[in-house]
Design a binder for this molecule. Structure first.
Ligand code: ATP
Ligand code: MG
Length: 328
């Protein structure tokens, strides 16, 4: 395996200008105060070719800032980063030929143009060989099922259709790395699954390296073998997504339906009540502390149970818990 992205002590701070006082006072330039805001504290990261990596973290953690630095849109305040051996903020143009990027919140296409015209323009920008471009374009139109709307201006497309065009456009010049910042934001479950599937196929079939940020646990689980969690501009977890899943499995939920509603239900030792409504109770059990059998045994000893189901806690809950704690 070869290192394709390396990041050392990457730091980015923004200068923010604040004004205070009444409207009149705020119009006075003297009332402005400059504040340094740290977006990335000291990020270290190495990514190997062919990896699928999810960079996750709470709002404001520094995810978009990282992607913007690695794609050459922003320069860092200090620290070092190499993407395919290039310094992104110094070699932005050379890098653009080798990477693709998708920003879920901001279209990369020309809204008044159909995807077909955008592909044509992009082929000129990337100086693609005409014949190779036509073959690639037709393949992407087929794979991404764009045929029905490739000639409709992008602004007239649904979000899901637009995102399929966006991802297809980002792959037109056969980049080696694809950076995606929240690519499934706002999409319905079917559109999400389709985008994930297309990205996964590009990774498996062509060895494309995928570097993704998302707040959607489904994106992370179905697409990324590795997860890095950033909080306040620093990595607080870097490991396999399945290991994160095992942490999830350490917590289980018991869905309980009692024959009769109990007013003061006492959660067995090692468990806690998540929700209670009448005779329906949801309990959370930390199986690293208590065996699930002990908790279930205690419930069955004390109560008459109509139905019981045991489930792993959703990945979303575990991620939320990690964010709350600020790390693992
Ligand atoms: N251009 C800017 N000027 C000033 N501050 C900025 C700028 N861009 C980002 N920041 C600040 O840097 C911090 C990190 O922002 P960033 O956009 O990287 O977060 P994020 O992890 O992508 O969050 P989200 O999940 O909400 O997208 C935030 O506190 C944000 O306010
Ligand atoms: Mg962001």
């Amino acid at each position: 395996m070869s290192t394709i992205i390396s990041v050392q002590s990457l730091h980015k701070s923004f200068i923010r200008t604040r004004t205070s006082g009444s409207l009149l006072q705020r119009m006075n330039p003297m009332s402005r105060v400059e504040e340094r805001h740290v977006a990335l504290r000291a990020l270290d990261l190495e990514v190997q070719a062919g990896e699928t990596l999810a960079l996750i973290g709470p709002n404001g953690a520094g995810k978009s800032t990282t992607i913007k630095i690695l794609t050459g849109i922003l320069f860092p305040t200090s620290g070092d980063a190499r993407v395919l051996g290039l310094v992104p903020w110094k070699d932005r143009v050379a890098l653009a030929y080798e990477i693709g990027s998708v920003f879920g919140q901001k279209s990369q296409l020309w809204l008044h143009l159909p995807a077909l015209d955008a592909f044509e323009l992009l082929s000129r920008i990337y100086e693609l060989d005409r014949e190779k471009f036509r073959r690639r374009r037709d393949l992407l139109i087929e794979l991404f099922e764009l045929g029905e709307f490739a000639d409709v201006p992008v602004r007239k497309l649904s979000l899901g259709q637009r995102m399929r065009c966006e991802v297809a456009a980002s792959l037109l010049h056969e980049p080696r790395i694809l950076f995606l910042d929240e690519p499934t934001i706002g999409l319905d479950p079917v559109a999400k699954a389709s985008i994930r599937d297309l990205i996964r196929r590009a990774n498996v079939e062509t060895g494309l390296t995928v570097f993704l940020t998302s707040h959607d646990a489904g994106d992370i689980e179905s697409l990324c073998r590795r997860t890095v969690i950033v909080n306040r501009g620093e990595a607080v977890y870097d490991g396999s997504t399945s290991a994160l899943r095992q942490k999830v499995l350490a917590k289980k939920e018991i869905d309980l339906k009692l024959v009769r509603a109990v007013e003061n239900f006492v959660a067995p030792e090692g468990s806690s009540i998540v929700k209670q409504k009448g005779s329906g109770i949801k309990l959370s059990v930390d199986t690293q502390k208590t065996g699930i059998d002990r908790v279930v045994g205690e419930i069955l000893r004390v109560h008459e149970v109509e139905d019981i189901a045991i489930q792993p806690a959703p990945l979303e809950d575990v991620i939320a818990e990690i964010y709350r704690r600020g790390g693992l």
